[in-house]
Design a protein around this ligand. Structure first.
Ligand SMILES: Cc1cc2nc3c(=O)[nH]c(=O)nc-3n(C[C@H](O)[C@H](O)[C@H](O)COP(=O)(O)OP(=O)(O)OC[C@H]3O[C@@H](n4cnc5c(N)ncnc54)[C@H](O)[C@@H]3O)c2cc1C
Length: 385
């Protein structure tokens, strides 16, 4: 076995957490696994949708990253300020960290400010602060119009805004306010979860229609007037709202955009099976990568993919260090649950690497998929952190 190696994992979200834990499992303790994040606590993002309608509290969906130290993972809290992929040298809050192997799992940066007026006018449900603000606002609205808006066509968890609309609908039905509050979805994209194919897209539209939620695809917001409560779209349309819940535009984190890792898209280009970058011993996983698919759109950004990619990368890095065969491959399979607000969830899953287009099956909402989603949350929060 080689001398002790240091593997540095940048980001303690879904991908980073799984990568660091799996590395620790596969590597003898002589080798260091260091995880870096600016946040003290890991947040289980899928639960933000339940939190925004009062079904979860923040404390129940966060865990201190420091707990990973029990597993033998060194946790370094700080801002990743610079990444040099040639030398695998990283600057974290002014301090230099040198890695023998580097895993970049810094996720996506949310950029509400890219749309004038958006931040001032509404609440995002992609951050804890935003989801908490939305919960308070939903609670005080007793009559009027709630608009759920996707501010750009590509965003992590393509199911989330649709689930959000369905959960908000259930929130008002439970309070007997269904007739007083109208819910509409304005989407930048041409249809829900388009990469998953027409069957899934139609099924999600049907879920909205069954609840009387109006759906307006291909409405790219250009600006929002917070005072007048008006949204202006690129297609010339505009609409009013009493409460605006939105998915902000996404971009690669600044430190990635400013590094040699940034590809043509701004995101990191990787080998779609090994998640290797153009730089030796530098891997990137999760939302920060862009993996083109043959149908002309990238692999959606989702925790399920970040998780699977992390397992592959961790296993291969451990094999390289231990001089074993590093032949694990990420195969593009993934699935997600789509909450419908009735204590049920739909399920869409399949092979996203299938060519010429992904083969994804949609299963109608059922109690068991909702329970599976809850079970996933519980096991994540108990086992992963
Ligand atoms: C509301 C919502 C619901 C979702 N539901 C689902 C779902 O049901 N199923 C599913 O598969 N996916 C879901 N997702 C998507 C999923 O959460 C993401 O795809 C997943 O978290 C991506 O993992 P990641 O490791 O790439 O990035 P992240 O989990 O976002 O982690 C990135 C980490 O990097 C850290 N970081 C970033 N920049 C820096 C820096 N410069 N310095 C230090 N630290 C930094 C961040 O603090 C963060 O901890 C949902 C997301 C949201 C918002």
């Amino acid at each position: 076995m080689d001398a002790a190696k240091t593997v540095v994992v940048l980001g303690g979200g879904v991908g980073g957490l799984v990568a660091a834990s799996a590395l620790r499992k596969h590597l003898p303790r002589a080798h260091r696994v260091v995880l870096v994040d600016r946040e003290r606590e890991h947040l289980y993002a899928p639960s933000l949708l339940w939190l925004m309608v009062g079904l979860r509290e923040a404390v129940s969906i966060k865990r201190p990253l420091a707990r990973l130290q029990r597993k033998g993972i060194q946790v370094r809290l700080g801002e990743v300020e610079k990444i040099d992929p040639e030398t695998r040298r990283v600057t974290v809050s002014g301090e230099i960290l040198d890695a023998d192997y580097l895993v970049v799992a810094l996720g996506a940066e949310l950029a509400a400010e890219a749309v004038p007026g958006l931040r001032e006018a509404g609440h995002d449900f992609y951050t804890l602060a935003g989801a908490e603000g939305l919960r308070a606002a939903l609670g005080s609205l007793r009559r009027g119009r709630v608009v759920v808006l996707t501010a750009a066509p590509a965003y992590k968890c393509p199911a989330a805004p649709y689930e959000a609309a369905l959960l908000i609908d259930a929130f008002y039905r439970k309070r007997g306010l269904h007739d007083a509050v109208a819910i509409e979805v304005f989407a930048a994209e041409p249809g829900p979860m388009a990469v998953a194919g027409p069957e899934t897209s139609a099924a999600v539209k049907q879920l909205l229609a069954a609840k009387g939620i109006a759906y307006h695809p291909e409405h790219q917001v250009t600006s929002v007037d917070a005072a007048a409560k008006q949204i202006v779209f690129a297609n010339g349309a505009n609409t009013g709202f009493d409460l605006l819940a939105y998915v902000p535009p996404h971009r690669a984190p600044r430190v990635v955009r400013e590094s040699a890792l940034a590809g043509e898209t701004g995101w990191i280009a990787v080998d779609r099976h090994t998640l290797g970058t153009h730089f030796p011993r530098v891997f990137a996983i999760g939302d920060v990568v862009s993996i083109p698919l043959q149908l002309g759109k990238p692999l959606p950004k989702a925790g399920v993919f970040a998780h699977a990619e992390a397992e592959v990368v961790a296993k291969n890095i451990a094999s390289l260090i231990l001089d074993r065969d590093a032949s694990d491959r990420f195969d593009g399979h993934g699935a997600c649950f789509i909450e419908n607000g009735n204590g049920q969830a739909g399920y869409g899953g399949g092979d996203f690497y299938a060519e010429p287009k992904p083969i994804v099956k949609f299963r109608a909402p059922a109690r068991r998929w909702h329970l599976a989603k809850v079970l996933l949350e519980k096991s994540w929060l108990h086992l992963k952190v």
